[in-house]
Design a protein around this ligand. Structure first.
Ligand code: PLP
Length: 399
């Protein structure tokens, strides 16, 4: 079965772009594997550009314009036209810029909107930062379950921050519908795409998303700590009032003026000197996308997660693990989360046996399926090793 699926897999050849070994690597939703294009590029950036050209590289090697250039490389992956994505800083920092800017836009709209809604199940950093942004802008923050967002948005809502895919369960939220609900209430929709960018179509322009952020070290394989991206819809860019107006976002950065005057366009999402080594590693990592369509990636992603769920159902004794990931395709990201007793111990043993996933407390095993380099044979092997490990470790609760 796995062999036939691998033989029919149109993306199977893409695996050769990555540095991999015998391990079944199902943690690409935490840190994507190393693309072959990266080491040579980094060697060149360090030895020739930094080592020989030194400061001249800012202009000659395009270091200065890298945040916008690489943003335009990411834009089609999230279905955005060019000039709306800028790369730099971490996801957390971009969330901070986004939430303060959204609250400031709502305040400038002048209709007394003083509440920020957040998806109550989202990643902790998002929540902490939204709370701080709310305090700084005189707003209150209210966490709500994603299903309750349509009922919770009102004429008091300034902005809503949502995670496109739940990092724990792998549930995919209905971005078009929720964005429309937020807009109907007159508020701004901010989306965190950390677990969707590079693995499924997002449709930022089509669905009229206001602001979005995403990480590049997960499914975009940019490397540990690679910079995040920030999307600001074109017609909102001249209203994007960043709480971190560094000199890189100035209209004339090299005139060193005392007064701040924001740049036009998405460059006003920049702050200070970008992390060039990580940024150019990311640029090299993105080369693989010249050979890929996001729709083909999504199709394979769903086939991989379907197959894993089938194999788990077939090999694991009933009642030990419970899938938290929705069975419905429209509600599934690219990971499978299994609730499991002794999850931490089970994952330690899985890793020892060459199957790498991770755990989220208290009891969730997470397996991420990066369609660029995970095959169906990997999936079957992971399910077999999981079944064997569970038969050794986990006993159904109550016994
Ligand atoms: C991975 C992830 C982050 C990480 O933020 P950093 O600033 O890169 O540490 C934030 N939010 C979500 C939803 C994530 O999945």
């Amino acid at each position: 079965m796995a062999e036939a699926l691998d033989a029919a897999d149109q993306l199977a050849g893409i695996r050769a772009w990555f540095v991999l070994d015998e391990t079944v690597y199902l943690d690409g939703n935490s840190l994507g594997a190393l693309p072959m294009t990266v080491p040579g590029r980094i060697e060149d950036v360090i030895r020739r550009q930094w080592g020989a050209l030194r400061v001249g590289s800012w202009a000659e090697e395009g270091w200065w314009t890298a945040p916008e250039r690489i943003g335009d490389r990411i834009a089609p992956l999230v279905q955005a036209a060019s000039g709306q994505v800028v790369v730099g800083d971490s996801t957390s920092v971009n969330l901070f810029k986004s939430m303060v800017a959204a609250a400031r836009m709502a305040a400038a709209d002048g209709d007394g909107r003083r509440e920020i809604l957040v998806d109550g199940t989202m990643f902790p950093s998002d929540r902490y930062i939204a709370a701080s942004a709310a305090r700084m802008t005189g707003c209150t923050i209210r966490p709500v379950e994603p299903v309750r967002i349509p009922a919770a948005v009102s004429d008091r809502t300034a902005a809503v921050l949502m995670n496109h895919v739940d990092y724990r369960t792998g549930r995919l939220q209905d971005l078009p519908f929720l964005t429309a609900c937020v807009h109907e209430a007159g508020a701004y929709a901010v989306w965190d795409l950390c677990h969707s960018a590079g693995v499924l179509p997002v449709g930022l322009d089509e669905h009229g998303v206001d602001i979005a952020v995403g990480c590049t070290y997960k499914y975009l394989n940019g490397g540990p700590g690679s910079p995040a991206f920030l999307y600001v819809r074109r017609d909102l860019q001249d209203r994007f009032d960043s709480p971190l107006p560094g000199w890189n976002s100035h209209a004339e950065p090299f005139r060193m003026k005392a007064e701040y005057e924001p740049a036009t366009g998405v460059s006003r999402g920049r702050v200070g000197t970008p992390d060039i080594l990580s940024m150019l590693a990311l640029e090299a990592a993105l080369e693989v996308w010249d050979h890929l369509s996001i729709d083909a990636v999504r199709t394979k992603s769903l086939a991989l997660t379907d197959f894993f769920l089938e194999c788990v159902a077939a090999y694991v004794s009933p009642g030990i693990v419970e899938p938290l990931t929705p069975a419905v395709h429209a509600e599934r990201g690219s990971q499978v989360a299994l609730r499991c007793p002794d999850a931490a111990e089970v994952m330690t043993r899985l890793i020892e046996a060459g199957v790498v996933g991770d755990v989220r407390p208290p009891d969730v095993l997470r397996f991420g399926f990066a369609p660029l380099y995970v095959g169906f044979g990997d999936v079957e092997r992971a399910a077999r090793v999981l079944a064997r490990t569970l038969s050794e470790v986990a006993v159904p609760s109550g016994s």
